[in-house]
Design a protein around this ligand. Structure first.
Ligand SMILES: Cc1cc2nc3c(=O)[nH]c(=O)nc-3n(C[C@H](O)[C@H](O)[C@H](O)COP(=O)(O)OP(=O)(O)OC[C@H]3O[C@@H](n4cnc5c(N)ncnc54)[C@H](O)[C@@H]3O)c2cc1C
Length: 409
C-alpha cells in the first residue's frame, strides 16, 4: 500500500492550487490523484481557451449559494493574480475587469500550476479514478482500481457535475457521502436556458443586445444587460448564463423577458414606428423594423405580434403598432428547462456548507477537507468560479498542512 501525508483527489483548478499551498507551508508528502490522463484538462477549456482566471472586482453579489464559504478563504491569498504572479505568470485585464494570462492562452495557466507543483515535489498520479474512501487505523485508505493509497489527510477537489467530458462527473459527491456528507439539490448553471422552440426557431444563430429579466409569478427575480444569442430552442450568452442558476430553480413557472431596444423608451419606439409606417407606406410590413433590428428578428417580432406579413407598412393600424412595441420592449420566453450538464459551465449547489467548518474541513471526518466546485457556491461569468477554486484550494491546502502538524505533533 502506498503512503502519503496528504492526498488530493482531483487534479483540476482547486486541487492543483491546494497542492502548491501545502508545499508553501510545509514539506509534507502530497499526492494528487487525477482520474484523467493529465491534470487540468478543464482549465484548458476555460474562457474559450484563454482562461478568465479572476476578476478585478469581486464581492458576494458575484456568487450564488452558501456565500458564507467566502468568509472562510484565507487572508494569505489576497488575490489570485498575486498567487499566479508568484508562479511567474503575468496577467492582464480587459475593460470589464476580467483577468486573463498575458499570453491569452489557458495553457500558460496550467503550465504555471504544473511546473510549480512538480518543482515542489508534488507527486501527480494520473489515470487514477478514486472510487472509495475508507477510514483506517491511521488516516484514510483511498481506492483507485487495484491501488490503495493511505493518507493522513484528504482534500476532495473533484469539481461538480458540469461538463463531465472534462472530468467532473459528480463522483466526488459519492465519495463525500461515504464520509457522511450530503448535498443540496444540484442544478446546471452558466448554461443556455431552453424555451418554446417555436419562439426561437426562426432566430437561430442571431444575436441582439437586450435588457434581460428573469421573472416568476409576475415578480422580477433578476436582471442583466448584454448580448443574447438565439440557438436551437434556447437562449444563450453571458447575461443568460448568469441567470441560469436561478432560472433552474423556477423551471416551468418562470420566463425570460427581453427588452430588445433597451436604449429607447417605449414611447420613442412607438414614435419611430409611426414615422416609418408613413415613409415606407407602400413597402411590406417586414420592412418596418429593418432600421432597428436584423431582418429575421424584425420578422419574428411581427410574427409574435400576430401581424400578417402580407400587410404593407401603411396598412398597419395603431393597435398593430402598439402590439409590435409591446413585443420589442417586453418579449416573453417561458423557461422550459436549463440545458443539461453537458453544456453547463458550473454546478449550482453542492456539499452542504453547514457540514463544513470554517477551515473547509468536514465536521464528520477529521482530516478531510473540501475545495472548489464541489461546495455549495457558484459564481457568475467573469472569472469568479476559478477565483473561488484557486482561493478555496489554497485555503484547504494550508489548513490541511496545519492539521497534519497538529496530528504529527
Ligand atoms: C467550458 C468551460 C469554461 C469555463 N470558463 C471559465 C472561466 O473562464 N472562468 C471561470 O472562472 N470559470 C470558468 N469555468 C468554471 C471553472 O472551470 C470551474 O468552476 C473550476 O474548474 C472548478 O475547479 P475544481 O477544481 O473544483 O474542479 P475541476 O476543475 O472540474 O477539477 C476537478 C478534477 O477532479 C478530477 N476528478 C473528478 N472525480 C474524480 C475522481 N473520482 N478521482 C480522481 N479524480 C477525479 C477531474 O478529472 C478534474 O480534473 C468554465 C467551465 C467550463 C466547463
Amino acid at each position: 500500500m502506498k503512503k502519503t501525508d496528504i492526498a488530493i483527489i482531483g487534479g483540476g483548478a482547486s486541487g492543483l492550487a491546494a497542492a502548491i499551498s501545502i508545499k508553501k507551508y510545509s514539506d509534507f508528502a502530497v499526492t494528487v490523484l487525477e482520474k484523467g490522463a493529465r491534470v487540468g484538462k478543464k482549465i484548458l477549456s476555460t474562457g474559450n481557451g484563454r482562461c478568465n482566471l479572476t476578476n478585478n472586482k469581486i464581492d458576494d453579489n458575484c456568487y450564488n449559494g452558501s456565500k458564507r464559504l467566502l468568509s472562510y478563504l484565507s487572508a494569505d491569498i489576497s488575490s489570485s493574480e498575486e498567487f499566479f504572479s508568484e508562479m511567474g505568470l503575468a496577467c492582464k485585464s480587459d475593460e470589464q475587469g476580467r483577468v486573463y494570462p498575458h499570453s491569452m492562452a489557458a495553457s500558460s495557466v496550467l503550465d504555471a500550476l504544473r511546473f510549480t507543483a512538480i518543482a515542489k515535489d508534488v507527486e501527480i498520479l494520473c489515470d487514477c479514478n478514486v472510487s472509495e474512501i475508507r477510514k483506517s487505523k491511521r488516516g484514510y485508505d483511498i481506492f483507485c482500481g487495484e491501488n490503495v493509497i493511505n493518507a493522513d489527510a484528504i482534500i476532495i477537489a473533484t469539481g461538480g457535475r458540469a461538463t463531465p467530458s472534462l472530468g467532473s462527473d459528480g463522483s466526488g459527491y459519492v465519495l463525500a457521502e461515504m464520509l457522511g456528507h450530503s448535498k443540496t439539490k444540484l442544478y446546471p448553471a452558466l448554461a443556455p436556458i431552453r424555451t418554446d422552440i417555436n419562439l426561437v426557431k426562426a432566430l437561430k444563430g442571431l444575436r441582439t443586445y437586450a435588457k434581460v429579466t428573469l421573472s416568476a409569478d409576475g415578480k422580477t427575480l433578476a436582471e442583466q444587460n448584454g448580448e443574447v444569442q438565439f440557438s436551437d430552442g434556447a437562449l444563450s450568452g453571458i447575461c443568460i448564463f448568469n441567470l441560469s442558476s436561478l432560472a433552474a430553480k423556477y423551471v416551468g413557472k418562470s420566463e425570460i423577458i427581453l427588452d430588445i431596444a433597451p436604449d429607447f423608451q417605449k414611447k420613442d419606439v412607438s414614435y419611430m414606428l409611426f414615422t416609418v409606417k408613413e415613409t415606407r407606406a407602400s413597402l411590406p410590413c417586414e420592412e418596418l423594423l429593418t432600421g432597428l433590428f436584423h431582418k429575421r428578428i424584425g420578422q419574428a417580432v411581427l410574427k409574435n405580434a400576430s401581424i400578417p406579413l402580407n400587410k404593407t407598412c401603411g396598412e398597419l393600424t395603431e393597435k398593430d403598432i402598439h402590439k409590435i412595441c409591446s413585443i420589442i420592449k417586453d418579449w416573453h420566453f417561458p423557461v422550459t428547462s436549463v440545458s443539461d450538464w453537458s453544456l453547463a459551465q458550473v454546478t449550482s449547489g453542492g456539499i452542504k456548507s453547514e457540514e463544513i467548518t470554517d477551515k473547509f474541513e468536514s465536521k464528520f471526518s477529521k482530516g478531510v477537507f473540501f475545495c472548489g466546485e464541489i461546495l455549495d457556491i457558484d459564481g457568475i461569468c467573469g472569472g469568479y468560479n476559478l477565483d473561488f477554486a484557486w482561493k478555496s484550494g489554497y485555503t484547504a491546502g494550508k489548513n490541511s498542512a496545519e492539521y497534519i502538524y497538529n496530528v504529527k505533533g
